[in-house]
Design a protein around this ligand. Structure first.
Ligand code: ZN
Length: 464
């Protein structure tokens, strides 16, 4: 049995791991690369394997860096099933169409420029048609029920507590008399956060793949999160500024909205205008509301008590472009949440452009910012940034709260590994930049009793 690491190896995006068992090929995740433009375009156009040769795809969750290359896989000949949890399958209908829309409109914009220069036009990575074909291949499943995906191969989903529908994937492989279990962590969430259940560890693994986004960092305790958020909001409001929060449409957006609603209800922050400006996030919040089977106890209680955990009464959900543009002209104080979370595309760029030069305003980062994204440059203290081709000095305050990140920190990752009844013999540390993956690998060896730990590089193949 072999495993090949075709993405999220040496970085956090483009999650793609290919398992080869007795001539059968199972692809775990099929994500898009994001970050440095030229490099990610190149990586997104090549798989490192033949798409038509894959026998089954298993998806850990719906985030685009885990699912966004699926339409390209289908465009290049993949006709098999795409296994996911029910909630992930539901989310994909919005995420993949949204991604196809972005691919098509990016290329339209690029081709206009190429035509002017007399250069040949380019094709989008995939189209809406490809996204629709892909959706027809998606099969939703329950958690905890073994799914026979190929002869001798079963898959079971456990809750990863990362976003709605997210799963830890257990793959049970029977070859002759030998039975082996591989566990893929997908992205692991934090413990004790509202809404989602805690990440679960399957009982057993011979070998596992673990994410390492925050492999060497420790987050603030959950209890201090509200205080810190209230402090930032009150500070910005006192100077009548705008609080701009780049947020992934899926992930902690719902949790932040939930926290803001909680602070308003308790009077810790003044009743204020909050806008969620992202059509995708609005749809995703609807999907959330449709999947109570994924909620934890706290949200069930709030649902019973108020019937409105996501603050629909308190928050304005912005759908149309006109409403979004009107927000650009509006004076503070107010809060706006908008996608994309790493400021690579979408309406957040308009809000950033309109608020970044005024020291009254504040940009609050609540999610992981991958290397070479606009978000990362601002977070690292750039004096000037380029938005829509124009330089803008960064004068607004810049704040960050990793606590809303949908990713477990170092201690939570180790706790997840300790959840196996016996330490697995072998681990691969993926989905992290080297300064996070390597220290985690070291700790897995020293503190969690894992004999062999390896941090694979991209397109590497290992026998397991
Ligand atoms: Zn994720």
């Amino acid at each position: 049995m072999q495993i090949q690491f075709h993405g999220a190896a040496g970085g956090v995006t483009g999650s793609r791991h290919l398992l080869v068992v007795g001539g059968k090929r199972i692809l775990l995740d099929c994500g898009l690369f994001q970050g440095r433009r030229k490099e990610s375009i190149k990586l997104n156009h090549q798989f490192g394997f033949e798409p038509a040769s894959v026998d089954a795809v298993v998806l850990s969750h719906a985030h685009i860096d885990h699912s966004g290359a699926l339409p390209n896989l289908v465009r290049h000949g993949y006709e098999g099933p795409i296994h996911a949890t029910f909630a992930t399958a539901d989310l994909l209908t919005y995420m993949l169409r949204d991604s196809a829309h972005i691919q098509e409109s990016d290329v339209r914009y690029l081709n206009r420029r190429l035509r002017k220069k007399g250069k040949p036009e380019v094709e989008p990575l995939y189209t809406m048609e490809d996204a629709e074909d892909t959706l027809a291949q998606v099969e939703g499943h329950r958690y905890y029920h073994p799914i026979p995906i190929l002869p001798g191969i079963e898959v079971t989903f456990y809750d990863a507590g990362h976003i709605l529908g997210s799963a830890v994937v257990q793959v049970d492989i029977t070859e002759g008399n030998e039975k082996r279990t591989l566990v893929f962590s997908g992205d692991l969430g934090r413990r004790n956060v509202p809404i989602l259940r805690d990440p679960e560890t399957p009982p057993h693994a011979d070998v596992f793949l673990i994410e390492s986004t925050y492999g060497d960092r420790v987050h603030l305790p959950i209890e201090e999160v509200d205080d810190k958020l209230a402090e930032i909001i009150n500070r910005v409001f006192k100077r009548r500024g705008k609080l701009v929060i780049p947020a992934f449409s899926v992930g902690r957006t719902q949790e932040i909205v939930y926290a803001i609603a909680r602070l308003m209800r308790s009077g810790t922050i003044p009743a204020c205008c909050v806008y969620e400006d992202s059509p995708l996030a609005v749809n995703v919040t609807d999907v959330f509301a449709r999947h109570p089977e994924t909620y934890d106890r706290e949200i069930r209680k709030i649902l019973r008590d108020t019937g409105d955990p996501f603050g629909f009464e308190l928050i304005d959900y912005v759908r149309s472009v006109e409403e979004s543009k009107a927000l650009n002209l509006k004076k503070g104080p107010f809060i706006v949440l908008s996608a994309s979370g790493m400021m690579e595309a979408g309406r957040i760029l308009h809000h950033a452009k309109n608020s970044i030069e005024n020291p009254r305003n504040c940009l609050l980062f609540v999610g992981y910012q991958a290397a070479h994204t606009l978000g990362r440059r601002i977070l690292e203290g750039a004096d000037e940034v380029r938005i829509f081709g124009e330089e803008h000095p960064v004068r607004a305050e810049v704040e960050k709260m990793n606590e809303f990140s949908a990713h477990a920190d170092r201690n939570e990752l180790l706790a997840w590994v300790r959840g196996f009844k016996q330490p697995p013999k072998r681990a691969f540390v993926v989905h992290g930049e080297p300064d996070q993956s390597r220290p985690l690998a070291e700790r897995l060896r020293r503190e969690a009793g894992i004999q062999t730990v390896h941090v694979p590089s991209i397109h590497e193949e290992e026998s397991i």
